[in-house]
Design a protein around this ligand. Structure first.
Ligand code: PAF
Length: 280
């Protein structure tokens, strides 16, 4: 496995693979890798001749009051996990070398970033699309792999790649969960034992909506009431949002119709957690 810290060197290596007509699978990450990332690497490995992973905690996607400084980092551990997943190239740029002095470009998807996480994190997706397009230009992959856990992010990136005719496939990979159902996330490490227990309410609220929809309920408000009632059982949890959206457009629908996604975010203490599930 090759570790590259310099962007130009990474791009030259990746262009070399493409010149040899090799299928390149790319997994962009912010590190602190867990089984969710490992499933992305496995999906890339299954479809590619060469697998590249990037590890970069992107300051542009954190708001001024968010957790950039305390975001967990463990490059040594990450490199071991990448080696275990038979990754060929890891790109881990230095924090201050990635955006050159004078960097002034932003990439912005307009509609798909407006609601849901975009409502409480207004500059977040602009930071994500800016870094992801730059990473895609460096990695030049045949396909790039993103987790469905960040469902809005996946939709925003698919929209960007379609709108800008970026010549590659964007592959969504199902969410990996802990045995009790909690969606895997690098931020789960912040949860104290009592917070870890209540963090499950988001998944349980999604499950309640799945169950009601399975019994035939189609009213958006009735379903959301079911979901919110579960969250209310944990008074220490602050609900950021709970929504039912068309899985293709992320627009709210009433009555719901397939394909509908239930999607939400909660604060458990200082930690913000997100999750989503197919409802219909
Ligand atoms: O999902 C993430 O880890 C990040 O948002 C990404 C896509 C690597 C961009 O920094």
């Amino acid at each position: 496995m090759r570790l590259i810290r310099d962007a130009a060197e990474f791009q030259a290596a990746m262009l070399g693979y493409r010149a040899r007509n090799l299928r390149v699978g790319f997994v962009p990450t912010m590190g602190y890798l867990h089984a969710g990332h490992q499933s992305l690497m496995a999906a890339a490995r299954a479809e590619s001749d060469v697998v590249a992973v990037s590890i970069f905690v992107n300051p542009k996607q954190f708001g001024p009051s968010e957790d950039l400084a305390r975001y967990p980092r463990d490059l040594d551990g990450d490199l071991k996990k990448c080696a275990g997943a038979k990754v060929d190239v890891v790109f881990a740029p230095e924090a201050d070398g990635f955006y050159a002095p004078g960097f002034q470009t932003q990439v912005e998807v307009l509609e798909a970033t407006q609601g849901l996480c975009g409502a409480s994190r207004p500059t977040h997706f602009r930071g994500v699309t800016t870094v992801v397009l730059k990473l895609l230009m460096l990695a030049q992959p045949t396909a790039a792999f993103f987790g469905e856990k960040d469902f809005q992010q996946l939709t925003v990136i698919q929209t960007m790649v379609r709108d800008l005719s970026v010549p590659m496939a964007i592959v969504g990979v199902p969410t990996m969960r802990e045995p009790d159902g909690l969606a895997m996330s690098s931020r789960n490490v912040f949860l104290a034992p009592d917070e870890r227990k209540v963090a499950l309410v988001l998944k349980r609220s999604l499950d309640a909506m799945i169950a009601a929809a399975a019994k035939g309920e189609r009213s958006r408000e009735t379903l959301l009431q079911e979901g919110r009632a579960v969250i209310a059982e944990a008074p220490s949890v602050r609900l950021d949002y709970l929504e039912l959206v068309d899985a293709r457009t992320l627009k709210a629908t009433d009555p719901i119709a397939a394909p509908t996604r239930g999607i939400g975010a909660i604060f458990v203490g200082k930690t913000r957690l997100i999750d989503n599930c197919a409802i219909l």
